[in-house]
Write a protein that binds this ligand. Sequence first.
Ligand code: ATP
Ligand code: MG
Length: 234
Amino acid sequence: MSEENKVPIIQFRNVSKFYPPHTYAVRDVNVAINSGEFVSIVGQSGTGKTTLVRLIIAEEHPTKGRVIVGGWDITNIRHGDIPLLRRQIGVVFQDFKLLPRKTVRENVAFALQVAGAARAQVREVVPQVLAIVGLETKMDRFPHQLSGGEQQRVSIARALVHRPKILVADEPTGNLDSINTREIIDLLVKINELGTTVLLVTHNRDAVNSLKKRVITLDQGIVSSDKQVGRYVL
Ligand SMILES: Nc1ncnc2c1ncn2[C@@H]1O[C@H](COP(=O)(O)OP(=O)(O)OP(=O)(O)O)[C@@H](O)[C@H]1O
Ligand SMILES: [Mg+2]
């Protein structure tokens, strides 16, 4: 694709987030992420990585600047429109946030049910997303009957139920050993290859270096580096 044809799916324009009395969580961030990209966000603890995630899903609003997702300026998004935004963005966290008394199938189905999906849609989509993450044979297990890596794969499946254009993963491998980490990163690459834009916040040096994809580095809230084929340098 030529440069002109690339469509920015996420734009931060001069974005600052200030927490009184004296913390700039992010400051003057200018970043455009194109549809289909796989971008890693790295930086020391407390440098604003999660703040960027929270701005994208409108869990926070910028103090200054504009945040645009899929051409939609969400800077001052109305509260009632937030669910519509969230359906376009799958989010995965370090702690898997699974419901312990629900099976794998039920955990994934629940994300559709709360959004008001029809039963037929639930029946169709749940096995599809569980197949993408390779858990079709473990649909009837409970979270405590799964490994950490498998639990994270359930949470990734859950993040995919609305067929989001964007998948944001905030330290998804933070609780995993190196083998499970590798599997989760490979899964994120596969999801990206299926057409989803992926944003990966991570502290994992090996993962970032092996990806050979774009890396944005934050330093005390400021983008200190943004490289198309980046490395983990802190
Ligand atoms: N709700 C809040 N109120 C006040 N300060 C906050 C709030 N959320 C974040 N901060 C501050 O903003 C800065 C950036 O926090 P953020 O969570 O974005 O960092 P991070 O890069 O994700 O760190 P980590 O790698 O530890 O997860 C930190 O100094 C943090 O203390
Ligand atoms: Mg964080």
